[in-house]
Every structure is written in C-alpha cells, then in structure tokens.
Design a protein. Sequence first.
Length: 163
Amino acid sequence: MIEKLFIDSIQQRFTDIKKQGDGTISQLSIEEMQWIPNSDSNSIAILMKHICGNIDSRSTDFLTTDGEKSSRNRDDEFVDDSFSKEELIASWEKSWNLLFQTIEQLSPTDLEKNVMLKGKEISVVEALHRQLAHYATHVGQIMYIGKLIKKEQWKTLSIPKKA
C-alpha cells in the first residue's frame, strides 16, 4: 500500500535528519553551540530552539488544529536564553519524539485529509513535506556551522571525501 510506504519513508527521512543534527551537537560544547558566524546568522542553539518551536507547534494536535499555534512565540525562538547544553538537548529530544509519535499515529487514510496551517488548508502530505524541507534546511545549517567551528577536528557525518 503506497500510503504505508509514504509514512515509513517520511519517518525515515526525519530520522536521518535528526541523526545528522545529533551527530553535530555531540561534537560541540555549549559555547560552540552559541557561536554566531555573523550578525545575519543564527547560532546552533538558536536553530535548535527554532526547530523545536516549529515541531511543537506543527505536531501538537496535527490533524485537528492549525499548525501555527497561537501559543507559539516564534520571535522568542531567535533569542539566545543561555540554556545549558543538557536543556537544549532535552528540548530537542522532546520535540523530535513528539514529531515521531505524530507520524506513527497517522493511518493511511489520514494522508487523504487536509490540515490547517496559518489559516490555510493544505494536505497532510504537503504539511509533512514542508516540515521535512524546513528541518532539513536548518539541520544543514547546524552541520555547516559545526564544520566551521570544528575545522580539522570535524567528524564527518556522511561519506568522507577521498584523500
């Protein structure tokens, strides 16, 4: 059944993205996670907060409420509150677990439904693809910043370049 294949596939893609984020975070200290490359960029800690805020808003009551919750304060996600690394990781894990639980609870017929996002009706499939693209972009930024910080000490998270 194509619907089951889709659910399994999207779950695996989110798992792969989280694994890349985890692999980067594990290589860094909290000070490194709070480093900002330039005034127009965000730190890894801020990107983590933003991803968590987005996951929490989009995944809570996914099928029944607007994905942009009125309780979400998106602007606060871009403020460095000087959380500890442990606090950031706890929030990261909690949010990703919520996303994975949300996907696991989807039935094949749920893929035929629509959900609300910012007052606009979109398909469940579109909502999941938007989240996937959004998180992949930000985790890519997290990895790149991690590479900038670690330089030669960076432990690659993919196939290493040939020497």
